[in-house]
Design a protein around this ligand. Structure first.
Ligand code: IDC
Length: 470
């Protein structure tokens, strides 16, 4: 065992002790073990493939599970759903997603994943569950559980807000999925810079966003430079946390946006990002309404440089909040590379090897038109995409409000179930703002205060959501 593995092992043990999770198997010390694992490749293309894995519990009831196996070289998991995958060399382990951790004796739990392969896409035949080899038979005679109630599906929602219905989100295939494993689309709005518009986010404006606009998600744009985070790290961290709570209490999701803009290389702010995300992920780990966006708009950098940054920030978030959805900015101001003369192909060829990752796409309707729409249509079949920022105007945030292009964009995103968040829910003196200048100095955020952009955006967010629960 290397020093590093030992260090990680003791860190893991310490974390388990802290969270009060004693036995990793979630069973008593004397628990009877036994398991069967079925692994099926569901589709395969080029160097990609998808697989479904079903665990059958032949031992005592489980309260959590981790399935392990060894890939042949060249096989890698890129995205998992209904489970959290980690891979070290060829060793893979997939942990339950929380809601499907309880498996009665004789019961099953399933997860799926997409991966890449080269050489051979061999099907593994030997598996472990919670470290015990699966022989396909019970380790000792299991005691049958009398009532076979389903434990893999969460109970029906107890509320009607987007958060109450959808609960903990995850990424399944190329979609954002709710606690029932069903693809959903979230629609909402972004704050402007918290440093510039502190008066725009208050009880009245947030009630309007949740109740009148029927928004599902608030993006919290915390600029890093531009007089943002770096000027007052603890103050901005606290402001973000308060907004997370305010979104949660209104049944909305929140996106914690580390709003890097200039400089465009996120690695410049790597240490700031690590500190910030360690703090917010630890503080908000138990909440279901938090989505992390680790870099707003990388620009002037390669995808490889963005990956380097992401590979250091994501583990910090996952160590504190393992099941969260994390969105990664893409090259060329989150244009999937297009604005820097590239395309999503570079991401598809070299994706991030973590579960629950989505890739950001941003557009401004007057500036970004058919060639960008074509790229999104193409990329959406291969990558989980989240439009964390879009405007009805030009990329400056000003100029003409382009209703035709905005309509074409939102119709496309709706058809692909891609979530979208509008820039901005503010009264900035620029045409992309939803409210007229001066609105935030008053107390009404009603429709009479909306700009042309605000009226259009609200009309596209206020319509009924589709949040399947079965
Ligand atoms: C713009 C604001 C503008 C502000 C500027 C600061 O709308 O008021 O002066 O930032 O540099 C983005 C960025 C976002 C920009 C927005 C509009 O993520 O920060 O906001 N935009 O230019 N990417 C494309 C457009």
């Amino acid at each position: 065992m290397s020093q590093r593995t030992r260090a990680l092992g003791s860190l893991f043990a310490a974390l388990l002790a802290m969270t009060g999770i004693g036995a990793i198997a979630g069973t008593s010390a004397q628990a009877a073990a036994g398991c069967k694992v079925d692994y099926a490749v569901t589709n395969q293309w080029g160097e990609g493939f998808g697989a479904n894995v079903t665990l059958t519990n032949l031992g005592d009831p489980l309260t959590s599970w981790t399935v392990g196996w060894t890939f042949s070289s060249g096989q890698r998991i890129t995205q998992a759903w209904n489970g959290t995958a980690t891979q070290s060399g060829n060793a893979v382990s997939v942990r339950d997603a929380g809601y499907n951790g309880v498996v009665r004796t004789g019961g099953t739990a399933s997860f799926g994943f997409n991966g890449t392969w080269s050489g051979s896409n061999a099907v593994p035949t030997q598996f472990t569950v919670n470290g015990v080899a699966c022989t396909g038979s019970a380790g000792s005679t299991p005691t049958p559980t009398p009532t076979p109630t389903s434990t893999t599906t969460p109970p029906p929602p107890t509320g009607t807000t987007p958060l109450a219905i959808n609960g903990q989100l995850s990424v399944c295939g190329v979609n954002l999925c709710n606690q029932y494993g069903k693809p959903i689309q979230l629609r909402g709005a972004s704050t402007h810079g918290l440093q510039w518009f502190p008066g725009c986010y208050n009880t009245s404006s947030l009630n309007t966003l949740a109740d009148d606009w029927k928004a599902d998600v608030l993006r919290i744009a915390m600029y890093v430079n531009e007089d943002g985070y770096v000027t007052d790290p603890s103050g901005f961290t606290a402001r973000v946390n308060t907004l997370v709570d305010q979104a949660e209490s209104r049944g909305m999701y929140s996106i914690i946006d580390f709003h890097t803009l200039t400089p465009g290389d996120p690695n410049v702010n790597l240490e700031n990002a690590k500190t910030f995300f360690r703090n917010v992920a630890t503080r908000n780990a138990a909440k279901k309404n938090v989505i992390y966006e680790i870099a707003n708009e990388p620009n002037g950098v390669t995808w490889e440089q963005i990956r380097t940054y992401a590979n250091q920030v994501i583990p910090i978030i996952k160590a504190a909040d393992p099941d969260a959805v994390i969105i990664v900015g893409t090259r060329g101001w989150s244009s999937l590379g297009v604005s820097n003369g590239s395309s999503s192909a570079e991401i598809v060829a070299n994706p991030l090897a973590f579960s629950n990752i989505m890739y950001a796409f941003h557009f401004y309707a007057a500036s970004h038109q058919d060639n960008y729409r074509a790229e999104v249509r193409n990329a959406a079949t291969k990558l989980p995409i989240f439009v964390t920022e879009w405007g009805t105007t030009s990329a400056t945030g000003g100029g003409t409000v382009d209703i035709a292009s905005s309509t074409a964009w939102l119709d496309l995103l709706d058809s692909l179930k891609i979530s979208h968040v509008n820039w901005t829910y503010s009264d900035a003196n620029e045409s992309s703002a939803a409210f007229r200048p001066g609105t935030c100095a008053g107390s009404s955020y009603g429709t009479g205060q909306l700009t042309q952009s605000g009226q259009f955006v609200r009309s596209r967010i206020v319509t009924a959501d589709s949040f399947p629960t079965s």
